[in-house]
Design a protein around this ligand. Structure first.
Ligand SMILES: Cc1cc2nc3c(=O)[nH]c(=O)nc-3n(C[C@H](O)[C@H](O)[C@H](O)COP(=O)(O)OP(=O)(O)OC[C@H]3O[C@@H](n4cnc5c(N)ncnc54)[C@H](O)[C@@H]3O)c2cc1C
Length: 387
């Protein structure tokens, strides 16, 4: 899979389409947040294993760790083909898109061998134990504390919040403070936490969608083995930045926006299709979604050439969420209130506002664009010392 020329990409796509024709019946439909019942989760994990076994998960990962040695263009092609058919990708996108690549960069050989392959198939899924009640946008303010013991093991105490999919995860990747005497970014370390370890308590948080996709996680005297640290003590911020960089590649492609054709079909099917107000709203949303599509295509080309998207990719995330939300609201308005009860559009109307905050809030992304892309004067900064 390693050749990247356009003809090879066409051949890759053709093969992928054939494979999807034969296997799509096993795929769950694409949706914003995960279903919570065990049967649905099991089906989705099974779909991930199927994708991985066919070489369509972890495409750019080295073959030695179960990947396909493929190109970023192939990775994007898979995402595009799945999106076009309204099918889900992998269940554990946190593991595949963020944790796995981070372990490949910063983990030891033993850690790569232990964690990466089961992660790829979804046999062991992962969650990110980063945000805390007092550390979200200002992530380096993390207060969870890991203390080194005489025998080289660590004992962790603290609380995490908004931990997506913790209830399904075998492991969490944990950012914790190991040194309070240095500047706050320098006193952090990254660990692997078995989610069934003694002292780990997971409490689901029920959302307006009705799902409990994310959780509070309490860590009380959780003992972690010496080899559970990823990178050296004090390197946690560097590891976190690598992980957030991988997240940006995923978000940067902007492939998750609402398909315009579905919205047009919903409006056409409604009695309000000739209403002037509805047509104006449809025009506005359509222009946003089309502009987004072209911007995404430019970024996708850059990804295909091996560039990691910069802060400008944040604009794609912002537009993708706001335009998709406007599209869903319009679809629900023309369909009537019953669409809010049991309908994909209605579900997304409730789910999308949360996505606005996930992985960097809209305000933070706008600040980054202002400072790093437009060169505007910097925002006031919070103190650099840990409290
Ligand atoms: C659906 C979802 C899934 C998530 N999954 C995970 C997960 O799996 N693991 C995990 O660790 N975290 C997860 N998060 C947490 C997410 O990363 C945080 O919500 C995000 O970083 C914001 O942090 P906060 O919620 O503490 O808000 P805060 O940082 O407290 O911000 C509150 C408000 O203040 C604004 N604000 C803050 N600082 C500034 C500033 N400097 N300038 C301007 N405005 C500012 C923000 O934009 C926001 O509107 C998830 C969140 C959501 C919504």
């Amino acid at each position: 899979m390693s050749s990247s020329g356009p003809e090879n990409l066409d051949a890759f796509r053709a093969q992928l389409r054939d494979w999807l024709d034969a296997n799509a019946e096993h795929a769950p439909r694409r949706q914003v947040l995960a279903p919570q019942d065990d049967a649905a989760v099991g089906r989705w994990r099974g779909w991930q294993a199927r994708l991985a076994d066919a070489g369509y998960a972890g495409i750019t990962w080295p073959g030695a760790y179960g990947g396909s040695d493929g190109t970023p263009a192939q990775r994007v092609a898979v995402e595009q083909e799945l999106t076009a058919r309204g099918l889900s990708g992998v269940f554990d996108f946190i593991g595949i898109e963020m944790v796995g690549p981070t372990i490949l960069v910063h983990g030891t050989e033993e850690q790569r061998d232990r964690y990466v392959h089961p992660l790829l198939r979804g046999d062991e899924t992962w969650c990110q134990l980063l945000s805390e009640p007092g550390a979200g946008s200002d992530l380096a303010a993390v207060q969870s504390r890991a203390r080194l013991q005489d025998d080289g093991s660590w004992v962790v105490n603290g609380q995490k919040v908004w931990t997506s999919f913790a209830q399904h995860a075998a492991f969490g990747i944990l950012l914790a403070r190991t040194d309070t005497e240095v500047a706050k970014h320098k006193g952090l370390s990254m660990f692997v936490v078995p989610m069934d370890a003694e002292g780990v308590t997971i409490r689901p948080l029920r959302q307006i969608t009705g799902d409990a996709e994310f959780n509070e996680v309490f860590l009380d005297d959780v003992r972690l083995a010496r080899d559970s640290i990823i990178g050296a003590p004090g390197e946690g911020w560097r590891v976190a930045l690598t992980m957030l960089g991988f997240e940006r590649v995923g978000v940067g492609s902007g492939l998750h926006a609402t398909p315009l054709d579905r919205l047009v079909a919903a409006v056409h099917a409604s009695e309000d299709r000739d209403d002037a107000g509805v047509r104006v709203r449809l025009g506005q949303v359509a222009s946003e979604l089309l502009a987004l599509r072209h911007t995404s295509e430019r970024v996708v080309e850059e990804i295909a050439e091996g560039h990691v998207p910069g802060p400008e990719a944040g604009l794609i995330k912002i537009t993708s969420v706001t335009a998709s939300l406007a599209a869903c609201r319009l679809a629900v308005d023309v369909a009537g209130p019953e669409a809010l009860v049991d309908d994909e559009w209605g579900h997304q109307v409730s789910a999308l506002p949360g996505v606005r905050s996930a992985g960097g809030t809209e305000e933070i992304l706008r600040n980054l664009i202002g400072e790093r892309v437009l060169g505007l004067p910097p925002e006031p900064r919070v103190p650099t010392k840990a409290a």
